[in-house]
Design a protein around this ligand. Structure first.
Ligand code: FPP
Length: 246
């Protein structure tokens, strides 16, 4: 399947790993390990559901506040995922990009990112973006600093992508958060301006491909008006300025 502009951009806040582990009497990293299995399922299912871009929130800039053992476990899982999953990603036409700061990541993680991004650069089925050391507000600040004398939306969108060390991506169509909380947690604040939001109490390790399918079906039933009116094509028209006519 080739990349097409009508394919969806889905963004996922993968919440609930810690609670999943605690409920089983396990340490929190066990929940993150189970969460990687869900990542595999969701990446495999996404193209079949019409998703062309998938952005996963793996590690926020505020997650550095967690105990170092948990941070180290997450970094190690990311490094291993990039290493072990690479052949499959290439085979399935997945193009990988990491969004977020890279300068604070362990060297081994940075090397795994560089290799995976390079080796998957030809992928045309799915763009998989993984947010690591990511903060939307930091990215917005850096983009604003780079904008110069051209403060248009497209220029800002490009500046934002550059601030995240990633190519420009389409706006988010569908944002899903697992784990029962209903907040954005500093994720893709610019890109989600008109995103449809789906919140589910399912914990991330329990999320199935069918759940993702249900969220996409819910999204397709929604009436996206982008500030216009329903079903009259006005969403695609130019701004109408009321002039005082004779
Ligand atoms: C939030 O759940 C989840 C995270 C901070 C990490 C998500 C990471 C993974 C799913 C695995 C690594 C990712 C990849 C792409 C290989 P939480 O720990 O805050 O859960 P809680 O709210 O139940 O405590």
């Amino acid at each position: 399947m080739k990349h097409q502009s009508h394919l969806l951009h889905a963004a996922l806040i993968m919440d609930g790993n810690g609670r999943w582990a605690t409920a089983r009497g396990l340490a929190r990293p066990a929940g993150h390990r189970a969460g990687v299995e869900t990542v595999r399922r969701i990446v495999e299912a996404a193209p079949k559901l019409g998703i062309g871009t998938l952005t996963l929130y793996a590690f926020s800039s505020d997650n550095w506040k967690r105990p170092w053992t948990e941070v180290a476990a997450l970094m190690d899982l990311l490094r291993r995922y990039l290493f072990t999953e690479l052949p499959k990603l290439k085979r399935e036409g997945v193009r990988l990009h990491i969004i977020g700061r890279r300068d604070r990541l362990p060297g081994a993680v940075r090397a795994a990112i560089a290799r995976a991004e390079w080796e998957t650069r030809g992928g045309e089925t799915l763009t998989l973006r993984i947010a690591v050391d990511y903060s939307a507000r930091d990215a917005l600040c850096r983009a604003a600093g780079q904008l110069g004398a051209d403060p248009t939306r497209p220029a800002f969108t490009d500046a934002l992508a550059e601030a995240m060390h990633s190519p420009t991506a389409p706006d988010v169509d569908l944002l899903i958060r697992t784990g029962g909380e209903q907040r954005l947690s500093d994720f893709l604040l610019w890109e989600c301006a008109y995103a449809e939001l789906v919140f589910t109490s399912t914990l991330w390790p329990d999320l199935t491909a069918a759940d993702l399918g249900d969220a996409v079906a819910d999204f397709r039933r929604r009436d996206r008006r982008f500030g216009g009116l329903s079903g009259d094509g006005s969403t695609l028209s130019q701004p109408i300025i009321q002039t005082q006519s004779t």
